[in-house]
Write a protein that binds this ligand. Structure first.
Ligand SMILES: [Fe+2]
Length: 207
């Protein structure tokens, strides 16, 4: 039984997408993505902080119900939310999320342009060949990464359903679509949250 990746199938997805786009606006997301790409020439995956978790759940009943079914109802205590932008024609690094990150697990929900985009998971076969950590948006929170030749692909999943992922295991995103940014809503489950182990075990059907 893998404890690295688990799709979370839900009937709420179409409503979540509609409600989240009502809050954030697809045009706003596109404007931000375009500005980052064209003005700042950013090619990496970008996080953009969004309204407080409480506001997101108040404005999106489907999001609220999805998390409630998962067993997360202490929202601000349990999770931190952001939007993840993956640029067009982009293959990310094989990496482990930030060294000083607040979470081992993340719940990621496809919001827009996610068809034909992928999450790959890997085993590192030459761990001693780890490259120097690099930073994206947060320089105090560097990522660990490896070259493809030092890793073995374990799984590839199209990111069209919500899923749970262990972000402390090597993973990579790809968006081979030539013209569209991919938008995912990500929720990192805080390590300090008292129920995190029970929730994760339940979602992985571990008991
Ligand atoms: Fe990551």
């Amino acid at each position: 039984m893998s404890t690295l990746y688990k799709p979370l199938l839900t009937q709420h997805l179409p409503n979540i997408q509609e409600e989240v786009l009502n809050i954030l606006s697809f045009e706003t997301l596109q404007d931000i993505a375009w500005e980052r790409l064209v003005k700042h020439k950013e090619r990496g995956t970008i996080h953009w902080n969004i309204p407080p978790v409480e506001y997101m759940f108040a404005q999106s009943p489907s999001l609220f119900n999805f998390y409630k079914e998962i067993g997360i109802s202490d929202f601000p205590e349990a999770i931190i939310m952001a939007v993840n932008f993956t640029p067009p024609d982009f293959l990310g690094t094989i990496h482990i999320d930030g060294l000083s990150d607040i979470a081992t697990y993340s719940i990621n929900i496809p919001i827009a342009n996610c068809e034909g985009t992928y999450l790959n998971t890997y085993d590192v076969i030459n761990p001693e060949k780890e490259l120097s950590p690099y930073s994206l948006a947060n320089k105090s929170n560097p990522y660990r990464y490896w070259k493809p030749e030092d890793c073995k692909l374990v799984s590839t999943n199209e990111t069209v359903t919500p899923y749970l992922i262990n972000v402390e295991s090597p993973h990579q995103f790809s968006n081979p679509n030539m013209n569209t940014y991919r938008y995912m809503l990500i929720s990192k489950i805080k390590k300090e949250y008292e129920n995190v182990n029970d929730i994760v075990a339940k979602l992985f059907n571990l008991g």
